[in-house]
Design a protein around this ligand. Structure first.
Ligand code: 3PG
Length: 209
């Protein structure tokens, strides 16, 4: 499976799943709202089980694992059918292992040095993280100067929400934006999937060209 639905919607929902019982209702809410993909962060005890359940019940969804901090988890992700991985930083060990498994990683970068490290490893899609704290749209525009002619693109993530998303989306160098504002952890924990659907539909409307 490719990243087609992310490219099309220009939106990556970054989810923290607090308990296994929220996994399938969250995936269903995203599907019903029209977003057939999810990034499940590896920050909770149930994250792997949650991804396994979503992969099994929603094989039509593109599922990503977020917060990948070491390479050891990668074979299990591939085995369960996870399509892509995201990490807050660029860890060469993780990238090399992922490439040996033909598993797409979207590692986080901020600086030109990190961008070039990613390019030298053959990566064409990088997470710009933490976007707002690291200079936001201004920084991304500055990076587009020397790197805009390469085929690299970014997924700015971190501090992005409905109010500040548009200028990121307006940049050619932005493939998609990532965020948790429409899959907010509290809404997931409270089981407020109707509100998640409403926010997701609004986010899709905002992001989709
Ligand atoms: C994260 O790692 O938590 C993501 O980048 C999401 O950031 P956000 O919660 O600020 O959208």
């Amino acid at each position: 499976m490719s990243l087609e639905s992310i490219t099309k919607s220009r939106l990556v929902p970054v989810a923290v799943i607090p308990s296994l019982s929220s996994a399938l209702p969250l995936a269903e809410a995203l599907m019903e709202a029209g977003l057939p993909h999810i990034e499940v962060t590896l920050r909770t005890d149930c994250a792997l089980e949650a991804m396994r359940a979503i992969c099994k019940e929603f094989p039509e969804m593109t599922i990503g694992a977020g917060t990948i901090l070491d390479a050891t988890v990668l074979p299990e992700l591939v085995e369960m059918g996870v399509t892509f991985g995201v990490s807050p930083g660029l860890n060469p060990e993780v990238i090399e292992k992922a490439q040996s498994l033909d598993f797409q990683m979207i590692p986080g970068v901020i600086t030109p040095g990190e961008v070039e490290r990613g390019l030298s490893m053959g990566l064409k899609l990088l997470k710009f993280f933490p976007a707002e704290a690291a200079g936001g749209v201004k920084m991304l525009k500055a990076l587009a100067g020397p790197y805009g002619h390469t085929s690299v693109q970014f997924v700015p993530t971190g501090g992005i929400n409905a109010a500040n998303a548009q200028p990121y989306l307006d940049l050619k160098i932005t493939r998609a934006i990532g965020g948790s504002w429409f899959v907010d952890q509290k809404l997931v924990a409270d089981g407020d999937f109707e509100q998640i659907k409403t926010l997701t539909r609004a986010a899709i409307k905002l992001a989709t060209p």
